[in-house]
Design a protein around this ligand. Structure first.
Ligand SMILES: [Zn+2]
Length: 326
């Protein structure tokens, strides 16, 4: 089971809505911005529970369980499975806001992936946002706010779910993803969202890139091998960004390892193999970490991917040997 609930509850956005509820000051409309489109609705459910649960979104009571299944009478979820929100959906929503709640003292409309709503739909919603009927609340979730009309944005309380820390993601996913070393690699390459981390975890190429980087650190000994490793990389079939992230993860771990803080090593299995990568001093590893940062800048400046890869492979060797001579 993925522990979505703990992740959400750690965010400031959640704490703000919770505090609004405790003070009896729930806003009539919130906009939750979260880059993770795959899990946005799951996060919104946790917020929705706060509106109706008598026990701070416990996840156990009748209200919480019905909200999890999206069948609680006073909480309407849009879009329907596999669809996107249409103008007709919003027309129906607006009419529904005038119907009294059935089970509780309020009604909640939960709109996921609202960034895909067109201008017609947004304008239809605007009236309700401007003059909401009493006890009507709207929870809008979007992966970005740029496609939302400024008139809509000005009438909602905007909150953000930022990228999660590596530890938070690890704890949320450790039951679901049993291979913890692979999970750590996936977290290192992800953008701090659950969706990207899971996609990487399930992607076979992640293990190949981890094996490639390990091989490179241990066996690449001279600049005459750079082309060979560049070719090997082309066989791995992964994005260069993943290669950079894994290189960064391993170099950081090696640095921590040789500094003696072994308990802080992130990828414990790999480091056993990497510790045989002789010749990487503290200075070299710091230089390599800086080179990864430079490589990303080169990519941002539109340098060719192969050029950046080969530049970094040379740089890794250069750092390794430069510090050995000192
Ligand atoms: Zn509950």
């Amino acid at each position: 089971m993925i522990d979505l609930s703990s992740l959400v509850k750690s965010t400031n956005a959640y704490k703000i809505v919770k505090s609004d509820k405790e003070r009896g000051r729930l806003s009539h409309a919130y906009l939750i911005v979260c880059a993770d489109g795959d899990n946005l609705e799951g996060y919104l459910k946790e917020f929705a529970k706060l509106f109706f649960c008598k026990n701070e979104g416990c996840g156990e009571c009748r209200e919480c369980k019905l909200i999890d299944q999206k069948i609680y009478a006073d909480a309407l979820f849009l879009p329907r499975e596999g669809e996107s929100i249409s103008a007709d959906d919003i027309t129906a929503l607006v009419q529904d806001t005038f119907v009294k709640p059935l089970e509780s003292d309020k009604k909640l409309y939960v709109l996921s992936n609202a960034e895909s709503m067109n201008a017609v739909s947004q304008n239809k919603l605007l009236k309700t946002l401007e003059e909401p009927p009493k006890n009507v609340h709207i929870l809008i979730g979007a992966t970005g706010e740029y496609s939302l009309l400024s008139t809509v944005k000005s009438r909602v309380r905007k909150l953000e779910i930022p990228p999660f820390s590596a530890n938070a993601l690890f704890n949320a996913l450790k039951d679901e993803c049993q291979d913890s070393e692979k999970l750590k690699g996936a977290i290192a390459c992800s953008d701090g969202t659950l969706g990207k981390t899971l996609a990487l975890y399930k992607d076979e190429s992640l293990m190949s890139v981890m094996a490639f980087v390990e091989d490179m650190f241990i066996n690449m000994q001279s600049s005459s091998q750079v082309l060979e490793y560049s070719y090997k990389f082309s066989l791995v079939k992964c994005e260069i960004e993943e290669f950079l992230s894994v290189t960064e993860l391993f170099a950081r771990d090696m640095l921590v390892y040789i500094s003696g803080a072994k308990e802080l090593v992130f990828s414990k299995k790999e480091i056993q193999n990497l510790s045989s990568a002789k010749g990487f001093t503290r200075g070299a590893l710091i230089g390599i970490l800086q080179a990864v940062v430079d490589a990303r800048k080169r990519l941002d400046a539109n340098s060719g991917k192969n050029m950046v890869l080969e530049w970094l492979l040379f740089k890794i060797l250069e750092e390794k040997f430069k510090w050995q001579k000192l």
